[in-house]
Design a protein around this ligand. Structure first.
Ligand code: MD3
Ligand code: FE
Length: 206
């Protein structure tokens, strides 16, 4: 089943539930190669979310700014290859939402411990903004907020649960959004953690 959260934003509740156990296990495996780390924003503040990536490039931030990089600055090695299962899940979700040609080249993996949050922001570091972003929520739930194209636009709040997938295309692709502090609770597959995968299409040769 599918629900439109906003124009261009399609929620597929539980779409990834069948894959979820494998996804969590695969995240653990990827993090042995490219460990979760706390990055710094260009303003010098540490994020409360820990991140890593897989695919042809990975999202990175430090005092030099937000960008996509081909190699992991922490290890000096390329990011791990995007697992076929990740690619297939993201492609299937995008297709379900009306994007049959979505071909993600990067997957950002966010890990939230209790209290971690993500402030209101837009995702504007991708050169391909015509392609949607596919997000997959795993583990403990989170309250997610999203507004409009202006930071000052009113926000809608929505809880995202284990296995939920949202496809952000069209006008929603550039909507402001954020995540409220994650509550201290337990999920049998992830313990106290919440994971979020975001699949993105990046064209640049970098
Ligand atoms: C709406 N992640 O990594 S997922 C991010 O739960 C990010 O970790 C959040 O925002 C998280 O950039 C939210 C839902 C989401 C992802 C990307 C979007 C919503 C979006 C891009 C455009 C608009
Ligand atoms: Fe975002």
């Amino acid at each position: 089943c599918r629900t439109d959260l906003a124009e261009g934003a399609v929620l597929l509740p539980g779409f990834a539930e069948f894959w979820a156990g494998q996804l969590v296990a695969t995240i653990q495996r990827l993090s042995l190669e490219a460990p979760f780390r706390v990055m710094k924003t260009p303003g010098g503040r540490s994020m409360s979310v820990a991140t890593t990536s897989c695919g042809d490039c990975g999202w990175y931030t430090d005092e030099k700014g937000y960008r996509y990089v081909r190699a992991d600055p922490l290890t000096g090695k390329q990011w791990p290859k995007m697992p076929d299962m990740f690619f297939e899940l993201a492609s299937a979700a995008a297709k379900e939402a009306g994007y049959p040609d979505f071909s993600p080249s990067s997957c950002l993996i966010n890990r939230y411990e209790p209290g971690a949050k993500m402030g209101l922001h837009q995702d504007r570091d991708e050169d391909d903004q015509a392609s949607p972003i596919v997000s997959v929520s795993l583990g403990v739930p989170a309250r997610f907020a999203f507004g409009g194209l202006l930071k000052t636009d009113a926000v809608q709040r929505h809880d995202l649960f284990h296995g939920d997938v949202v496809v952000w295309g069209g006008i929603s692709r550039l909507a402001w959004h954020g995540v409220s502090p994650v509550r201290e609770t337990f999920h049998p597959q992830t313990g106290a953690m919440r994971y979020n995968l975001t699949f993105r299409a990046i064209n640049a040769a970098l």
